[in-house]
Ligand binder design. Structure first.
Ligand code: FAD
Length: 302
């Protein structure tokens, strides 16, 4: 059996595997897509000490670093079940069962897509999902934020300090964000809020140039010219497969303590699949290191 088996090959999983292997213990990593979300990322400017890099390049460096160590890499394998017996069993979609004394879950998350025409086409060409990451790219421009929940309104407040104008699009007749956030939002001079509107299409030529939307009360269609669209309708953790085993919160995020431990002894978790407050590369790497050290601590005590 493995001493530490990592599930997920994004920044959190790669870091956990390296930290574990550096303890000289038997380490494996199984991932559906090695690299994770960063494979879909163009420019990265907030991975500290690296002024600028691109997602696929960072993913290649992660893999190269992991391969420096004696780590059993199982790529293009999807995990479907975890069971705690004497050892922890991890069953793959293809039916194979891996056994390990400890497991680090690092299956990440995915942004919920709007699913309207133009969204996929203009991804990284004006369509963005992460204001901390891409906000500065829209300095002096007019952008939309789709979604009036807490994350949408937080994004709009954040972006209003950088861009020229922000228009918030909310599908329902009222914003869902906390009152204190709404108050702050409405106090800003360069924010417009459109409620009871349905986004129909993100338009553009080589980059985004606007949004077509329907006023749900009148049924009329409008077009607003702008240069960027931040989609903020939810970040979904990849944890459905843990139903009934590892404890999760109401958002489906795995609940961890300060050592990355879950409710199941020997099972740790890190990165965007956990209840960490913020989801970023540098943060998921930090939590990957924490979870691996937590697992090592567990091993020497059991
Ligand atoms: P992920 O990167 O999501 O990796 C999860 C891993 O688990 C993948 O290997 C996946 O294939 C695997 N996996 C999932 N389910 C299973 C399963 N059932 N079985 C086996 N394997 C599984 N952050 C920044 O700090 N700066 C940025 O500029 C930035 N830009 C971004 C731009 C975009 C478009 C996106 C989508 C995200 C961006 N982020 C950015 C966020 C950052 O990418 C994430 O915070 C980070 O990748 C999280 O790392 P993770 O390892 O926790 O999860």
């Amino acid at each position: 059996p493995f001493d530490v088996l990592v599930v997920g090959g994004g920044p959190a999983g790669a870091t956990a595997a390296i930290y574990a292997a550096r303890k000289g213990i038997r380490t494996g990593i199984v991932a559906e897509r090695f690299g994770g979300q960063i494979l879909d990322t163009l420019g990265i400017e907030n991975f500290i000490s690296v002024k600028y890099t691109e997602g696929p390049k960072l993913a290649a460096s992660l893999e190269e670093h992991v391969k420096q160590y004696d780590i059993d890499i199982m790529d293009s394998q999807r995990v479907k079940r975890l069971e705690k017996k004497d050892l922890i069993e991890i069953e793959l979609e293809n039916g194979a069962v891996l056994k390990s004394k400890t497991v680090v879950l690092a299956t990440g998350a995915r942004w919920r897509n709007l699913g309207v025409p133009g969204e996929a086409e203009f991804k990284n060409k004006g369509v963005a999902y992460c204001p901390h990451c891409d906000g500065p790219l829209f300095e002096g421009k007019h952008v939309a934020v789709i979604g009036g929940g807490n994350s949408g309104v937080e994004a709009a407040i954040d972006l209003a300090g950088i861009v020229k104008h922000v228009t918030v699009f909310e599908f329902m007749p009222e914003l869902k964000a906390d009152a204190v956030l709404q108050e702050r939002l409405y106090s800003l001079p360069n924010v417009t809020v459109l409620k009871n509107v349905q986004t129909k299409e993100i338009t553009g030529t080589d980059r985004v140039n606007g949004i077509s939307y329907i006023d749900r009360e009148t049924g009329e269609e409008h077009h607003l010219e702008l240069q960027g669209v931040f989609v903020q309708i939810g970040l979904v953790p990849n944890t459905d497969w843990l139903e009934g085993t590892v404890e999760r919160n109401r958002f489906g995020e795995i609940i961890v303590d300060k050592r990355g431990a879950t409710n199941i002894p020997g099972v740790f978790a890190a990165g965007d699949c956990t209840d960490s407050a913020y989801k970023q590369i540098i943060i998921s790497m930090g939590s990957g290191a924490t979870a691996a050290l937590g697992a090592f601590d567990y091993l020497i005590r059991n």
